[in-house]
Design a protein around this ligand. Structure first.
Ligand SMILES: [Cu+2]
Length: 480
């Protein structure tokens, strides 16, 4: 028997031995430590296990629940999540493009949202004309990427798992038998799963102070668990001539820092210039690289919130470098990781690679607030975007004069919508966004499908229609 065959035989034997030892518990998704009772073990059997390399070899198999039929029959809610691995060309700043690898023609891939205890039934399909195989590793599954392995072009593989832990979890391509995982992930094959806590999110408490009879005292303010939600995924690109360059990754020489796949994707565009400065070419922010209606889904958009509104951010570091998450002019009122609060009233929170957090916060005052990775190299190479809270630019009178709205609005999202790539699917404590516009690193096919669905504002079609009335209103109000 050669060495390779011996190894395979050993692994198979240990798996069989494990099944015997664990009895019926082996068929469960996750085997708890308590089911292993040393006092009841046959000593000869223990020796045999030791000789075969130990029980740890059993564990990946034990965790790898792929029997979708058995899980569907348990009475749990089953959520299907279908991914397609596709290599496509996508734009980068400067009118250039790069050879991206994607799930479903978009970077990041679609966000999965489930409730703790749900069964996730994930299917990865690789089209026959795709240039390479791909894999998948969902961190929410607590399953080794080796168990799923990889899928060849022209094939489709399904697996199931129970989302047992609440929180935000990365998912990513695991390459071809784990080879090339860095190239695939850093070229765009990543996304997140949000697992809502089974009992919902907690109310938010924010500490303020108040004055009464000359005495300053603590004034705790409570916000309902329901929140307006955004997803923010940080990553980098390491490119030479539009292709992933492993040597740049090894030396941490990133060429672009991205939030949800784009550099500076949440900065003002020409419509904002018109509304605020009365001139489409009058830039008012330090970087506005994605402006021009012809950019369609790639035209930069801003993220809008109301003042005094509970806002929840699902943040994931998909990349290879740290993220020092900070919002200029604000404090992160609560930071949660997994389902445990880590901090309150913090200025910045550090996320290592493949680490995440949920930020709960309230923007008290009208204003434009920059979100950054507070590493200057990262800011200058793209990790910078804007939240706009309330009506800091006094646009309500203008929008009413132009006939776009009839009553003042509490956030510009009612007029312009929030960017679709930053808006997660609805969960149990989600406040619906007033409107959502099509924005993101999507292929034209994906953007066309979204436009055809009727669920999104297509700003590149709407803005030309309202540009005239806005210009007239600006003149009527003496703002030009
Ligand atoms: Cu891949």
């Amino acid at each position: 028997m050669n060495k390779r065959i011996t190894m395979l035989f050993t692994i198979a034997a240990v798996a069989v031995m494990g099944a015997t030892l664990f009895g019926s518990t082996y068929t469960q998704t996750q085997i708890s430590g308590q089911s292993f009772d040393m006092s009841k073990m046959d000593i000869d059997m223990m020796d045999k296990i030791r000789q075969m390399g130990g029980l740890q070899l059993v564990m990946p198999q034990a965790f790898a629940e792929t029997d979708c039929g058995a899980l569907a029959d348990t009475g749990r809610n089953v959520v299907e999540f279908n991914l397609t691995g596709e290599s496509v060309s996508l734009p980068i700043m400067g009118g250039e493009s790069y050879n991206a690898m994607t799930f479903n023609g978009q970077v990041p891939g679609p966000t999965l949202r489930v409730t703790q205890g749900d069964v996730v039934k994930m299917t990865l399909t690789i089209p026959a004309d795709e240039i390479t195989g791909h894999g998948n590793d969902m961190h929410a599954s607590q399953m080794t990427a080796l168990a799923f392995d990889s899928v060849n072009p022209g094939e489709s593989v399904t697996y199931c798992y129970i989302a047992e832990s609440a929180g935000v979890f990365k998912y990513h391509c695991s390459g071809v038998h784990l080879v090339g995982m860095d190239a695939h992930v850093l070229s765009g094959m990543y996304g997140i799963a949000i697992v809502d806590p089974i009992n919902g999110y907690k109310k938010l408490m924010v500490e303020k102070t108040s004055v009464s009879n000359g005495q300053v005292s603590l004034d705790r303010q409570f916000y309902d668990a329901d929140a307006l939600e955004f997803t923010l995924q940080f990553n980098q690109l390491y490119l030479t001539d539009g292709n992933y360059d492993m040597s740049k990754m090894m030396s941490h020489q990133n060429t672009q820092s991205v939030i949800n796949g784009m550099q500076f994707g949440y900065t003002p565009n020409m419509a904002h210039n018109l509304l605020i400065k009365g001139d489409v070419d009058a830039d008012f922010f330090v970087v506005q690289p994605w402006k021009g209606l012809e950019l369609k889904q790639y035209q930069s958009q801003l993220m809008y919130v109301e003042n005094g509104q509970h806002v929840r951010l699902f943040v994931e570091n998909q990349g290879n470098e740290p993220v020092f998450f900070h919002i200029v002019g604000e404090i992160l009122d609560r930071v949660t990781q997994g389902n445990r609060v880590q901090s309150a009233a913090t200025e910045t929170w550090l996320l290592g690679g493949s680490q995440n957090m949920i930020v709960d916060m309230v923007f008290d005052e009208p204003g434009a607030y920059a979100l950054v990775n507070h590493d200057y190299a990262s800011i200058y190479s793209g990790s910078l975007g804007l939240f706009v809270a309330g009506d800091p630019f006094d646009l309500n009178p203008l929008l009413i004069e132009a006939g776009i709205i009839s009553e003042p609005v509490t956030s510009y999202a009612y007029v312009l919508g929030n960017p679709s790539d930053a808006v997660p699917p609805m969960g149990m404590n989600s406040i619906a966004h007033p409107a959502v516009n099509i924005h993101g690193l999507y292929t034209d096919d994906v953007a066309s499908e979204m436009a055809a669905s009727g669920d999104y504002a297509v700003l590149w079609e709407i803005i030309p229609q309202v540009a005239g009335p806005i210009t007239d209103a600006l003149k009527a109000l003496g703002r030009t």
